[in-house]
Design a protein. Sequence first.
Length: 461
Amino acid sequence: HLDRIAAVDGAVHAFLHVSGESALAQAAAVDQQVAAGEPAASPLAGVPLALKDILVQQGVPTTAGSKILEGWIPPYDATVTRRLLDAGVVILGKTNLDEFAMGSSTENSAYGPTRNPWDLSRIPGGSGGGSAAALAAFEAPLAIGTDTGGSIRQPAAVTGTVGAKPTYGGVSRYGVISLASSLDQVGPCARTVLDTALLHEVIGGHDPHDSTSIPAPVPAVVDAVRRGATEGVAGMRIGVVRQLSGEGYQPGVLESFAAAVETLRAAGAEIVEVDCPHFQYALATYYLILPSECSSNLARFDAMRYGLRVEPTGAAARKAGPVSAEQVMSATRGAGFGAEVKRRIILGTYALSAGYYDAYYGSAQKVRTLIKQDFEAAFAAADVLISPSSPVTAFGIGEKVDNPMAMYLNDLATIPGSLAGIPAMSVPSGLASDTGLPVGLQIMAPALGETAMYQVASAFE
Ligand code: GLN
């Protein structure tokens, strides 16, 4: 895999940092264990993995795709990183992402875009485009992503790979640089459903270091995939969400989705149509809640604690006497944050300000509850819900960079599940007839219902 990275990553740019030496040392340690006849630490011992550069790994540079963290070396491991290392998984390096995971194309990375291995002139999705591209380019068989509004599922869809966002609280967020704490979730990515499930079981389960971690064992998703392979989906009730297909979706995506519905029907599933009327407000709700939370989370980048520090220039610097901490902070944040990050900090600060709190943030929280209630009603009629993962196949690099609204619309189908905290995953459902590019099917389940989700996913293996 290191050879493969050396051969193709100049063109793909999935990695921000390759940990060649430590990866080889880790692999050698697993070999030694095997040679000594010791039991493997896990079914994934010795298997290489690409880690999204928003999870910390002790001693390895972590940037979150931002200049403001350039040169910062984390002094500890994220819980997920620790669990991977303990399981013998070999960490190949850190993958590219939109700055602080804000984006749908990886073009907001301060270190340049990642390219889609299916067509290098196109985006690999975002924010986890680096992890998805590493899988699609065969640079790694496993990857870790994070999903706040779709950053695992949409990149999986547009690169023809698999990615799962677990139930909120199902995987520890300790050591994951926060975007929006009530939405962020770490999840497994791979090229097959079974590999995704194996990785899910390695990283999931309770962690006392994360106060929102669910005190329950990780769902038995590997068994669920095996059950899916033998028993299929006969008798399962599968709901098609009326609001998550149709207007705004590319014809080739809708065609592939219709074919996936027929595959499930032919396999004996009962297909029901469900209505989720408040989903039309999901995007607006998300773009109030997310900026509000991120404006608070990103306050920690104050020029004192991490990475970059820029001395003020101009009037502040010419003034006699010492410059203030505030002036250093302002110069550092001005130089260290990109345009999208600044846009969201300003939006969030505004939405949380005293005069507007009730009108914006307060209302958004109420609509979030209505969206959750829509899901509860839908899950009374169906075991899992399905939709396309992304409204479009991979678009061209540069096509949407100047239009934030066009960029935000890529998460039309994934955001409702994020707001409700339910598990959701994307599996490849074939190629679109109009563009010839991969399409993803989204499968959503009730909180902690990962086993049903993986069982249905295995129908597309
Ligand atoms: N694309 C969405 C956003 O820009 C989702 C990001 C994510 O899931 N991290 O917020």
